[in-house]
Design a protein around this ligand. Structure first.
Ligand code: HEC
Ligand code: HEC
Length: 342
């Protein structure tokens, strides 16, 4: 008798699943409100690491350093030049420009909600925000600051000596205290409450019926919630979405995992309406173009995530999904830019 080995069986089953998924038009399977409310509940407090606790003095120092162009070799670029609150803490460009207007290789990402992240940059090569901050400072095409000269440059400013002493009493003004202060400021950058959060908190009227159906499409047939999980809509993992690119992404660090090729960190979707263009290379100009890209399934290649596959949305379903995604952007808030010390 003809029998299937386990592996062949699994193969057949997954081929069958793909055929079903491709042929079935996407229809929203409602998920229970309670389950969704639990899955997307916001955390109540910002986590700060034990070796760099929050104090108001550290936050003020970090905020000041973040917006101070004297941290760059040319005195022209600050962190805030590329991570601008007006553009969702990105720079609104497909590919940003750094020192001497040299184009960078990837898009400047939003830096919202990074207190909950544990791998930084699109490929996750920095393990903490403190270590991450050293990257752009010293990178010759970003801020081009001879890094060992930075503590001395800041110590020559009496106002900075006072701010450092208040933030890290008894500790030297060093790259360590500079990056810890910047990281403290960044951890405090938390996206604001939106209509979606009001719905999660129990207000059924906070989402329109179309937006609510969009949520079902997001977690259901469109498959977005396989990777965009939790209140910040990221699993913190790296995936190849099938986006055409020559950038090897995560494979630069991880040479073992075949899925690391062309894989990038899943971006959170909070305030996503404020930071077009999208993806690591800024190649998709609008959220609608992102959704239409996912519908195609992208480039079929061995590294592509098994969660990515072509699917079909009707015009109405696509509009509902987009309406839901729009509920994730909070109203703009004023950001206090400190006066720079002398
Ligand atoms: C010239 C533009 C530019 C400047 C200036 C700049 N950045 Fe960035 N930033 C980028 C780009 C581009 C990336 C993504 C690079 C990559 O992934 O390889 C990035 C990535 C980051 C990330 C990682 C975000 C994430 O989700 O993993 C953080 C945090 C960050 N920058 C903070 C800073 C800080 C702090 C400064 C100042 C010390 C700074 N940046 C200066 C362009 C800039
Ligand atoms: C396999 C995991 C995965 C799935 C499924 C997925 N995404 Fe993504 N998403 C990512 C990754 C990874 C990126 C970054 C890819 C890149 O830059 O090359 C991304 C990028 C995005 C961006 C751009 C954000 C930015 O700041 O550039 C949006 C918007 C987005 N996804 C929405 C969605 C929607 C809507 C769906 C469902 C239709 C979806 N995603 C499905 C992993 C996923």
């Amino acid at each position: 008798m003809w029998r299937l080995e386990g592996i062949q069986m699994r193969c057949l089953l997954s081929i069958f699943a793909i055929i079903v998924a491709t042929l079935t038009p996407a229809t929203a399977q409602p998920t229970s409100d309670d389950a969704l409310r639990t899955a997307f509940a916001r955390p109540t407090a910002v986590p700060y690491p034990a070796n760099n606790r929050f104090t108001a003095e550290r936050e003020l120092l970090g905020r000041t350093l973040f917006f101070d162009p004297r941290l760059s070799g040319s005195n022209l670029l600050s962190c805030g030049s590329c991570h601008n609150p007006a553009f969702g803490w990105g720079d609104g460009q497909a590919i940003g420009r750094g020192h001497a207007m040299v184009p960078l290789t990837r898009r400047s990402p939003s830096i919202l909600n990074l207190a909950w992240s544990n791998a930084f940059f699109w490929d996750g090569r920095a393990p903490t925000l403190e270590i991450q901050a050293l990257g752009p400072l010293s990178n010759t095409i970003e801020m081009n600051m001879p890094i060992d000269a930075l503590p001395g440059k800041l110590a020559a400013v009496p106002g900075y000596r006072r701010l450092f002493e208040a933030a890290y009493p008894g500790e030297p003004l060093s790259l360590d205290t500079i990056t810890r202060a910047i990281a403290t400021f960044e951890r405090g950058l938390v996206s604001g409450l939106t209509a979606f959060d009001r719905w999660v908190a129990g207000n059924n009227d906070a989402l329109s019926p179309a937006e609510r159906r969009g949520l079902d499409i997001f977690v259901g047939p469109a498959g977005c919630a396989a990777c965009h999980t939790g209140w910040n809509f990221t699993d913190g993992q790296f995936h190849d979405t099938g986006l055409p690119t020559r950038d090897v992404g995560r494979a630069q660090l991880d040479t073992q995992d075949p899925h690391a090729l062309f894989a990038f960190k899943t971006p959170g979707l909070r305030d996503v309406g404020r930071r077009a263009p999208y993806m690591h290379d800024g190649s998709l100009p609008t959220i609608e173009s992102v959704v239409r890209f996912y519908e195609t399934g992208g480039e079929e290649r061995p590294s592509r995530s098994p969660h990515i596959r072509p699917f079909r949305l009707t015009e109405i379903e696509r509009a509902e999904l987009l309406a839901f995604l729009r509920t994730l952007t909070a109203p703009p808030r004023d950001v206090a830019v400190p006066s720079l010390p002398r």
